[in-house]
Design a protein around this ligand. Structure first.
Ligand SMILES: Nc1ncnc2c1ncn2[C@@H]1O[C@H](COP(=O)(O)OP(=O)(O)OP(=O)(O)O)[C@@H](O)[C@H]1O
Ligand SMILES: Cc1cn([C@H]2C[C@H](O)[C@@H](COP(=O)(O)O)O2)c(=O)[nH]c1=O
Length: 211
């Protein structure tokens, strides 16, 4: 595979989707062929699973982890691997590390079980670089309120303790793998955060002969 696989991770409302769009626009402006996608979702089947997971009544912890892994398997098979094989960059709004932080850590299933599911479903595909966006929870909540007016989905609506556990699990994953992860301070204007994103990817962009 010759493309680059970049994932954006972090808690709710920290600005991942906003930054993923800005990055894709910047890469395309430089002539880099780039696909923007998201999880859960990205393919027809995975988007259907997204609706089950986020808009329904919820599932038990194991069923939830299996559904995320199944959505990811379809996404990897039908969209991510083919794009990488064509030499494109793939920018993905959430991926495996969300399952590790939410289902594995906050949901108590454990990291090993989530990694095993990923090995079975997606042959263990890992990103070239994962950007972890961090923001104090009060600021993230204010952004979410402004965006959603207090309405949240089945997972977003879990309590503060759950989301605090998600944040600390993300931080642990980043600490454990400082080669793949870069932590991005998500405070400030979208333009300021975008500059941090470009700096965190500078080596990969330069290695591909652009910039
Ligand atoms: N740097 C920023 N400063 C202020 N507001 C921002 C900033 N970045 C994004 N926003 C706004 O905050 C809200 C949440 O941003 P966004 O949807 O990008 O977050 P997200 O991390 O993808 O959230 P989720 O995981 O819940 O989908 C949006 O209304 C967005 O316009
Ligand atoms: C990929 C993935 C996602 N989640 C959760 C995280 C969020 O609450 C939603 C996705 O909503 P977003 O607005 O698109 O960020 O799903 C999860 O729990 N596990 C995962 O693997």
């Amino acid at each position: 595979m010759s493309g680059r696989f970049i994932t954006f991770e972090g808690g709710e409302g920290v600005g991942k989707s906003t930054q993923a769009k800005l990055l894709v626009a910047a890469l395309q402006e430089q002539g880099i062929s780039c696909t923007l996608t998201r999880e859960p979702g990205g393919t027809e089947g995975a988007e259907a699973i997204r609706n089950l997971l986020l808009d329904g009544d919820g599932f038990g912890a194991r069923a939830e982890a299996l559904l995320f892994a199944a959505a990811r398997a379809d996404h990897v098979d039908r969209l991510i691997r083919p794009a990488l094989e064509r030499g494109e960059w793939v920018v993905c709004d959430r991926f495996l590390d969300s399952s590790r932080a939410y289902q594995g850590g906050a949901g108590d299933l454990g990291d090993e079980a989530v990694l095993r599911l990923h090995e079975i479903g997606s042959a263990g595909l890992l990103p070239d670089r994962t950007l972890l966006f961090t923001l104090p929870s009060a600021e993230a909540e204010a952004r979410l309120d402004a965006r959603d007016g207090g309405i949240s989905d089945a997972i977003g609506s879990r309590g503060r303790d759950y989301h605090a556990a998600v944040a600390s699990n993300f931080a642990r994953l980043a600490d454990e793998d400082s080669t793949r992860f870069a932590t991005i301070d998500a405070s400030g204007t979208p333009g300021e955060v975008h500059a941090r994103v470009l700096a965190a990817l500078k080596d990969l962009i330069e290695a591909d002969g652009v910039c």
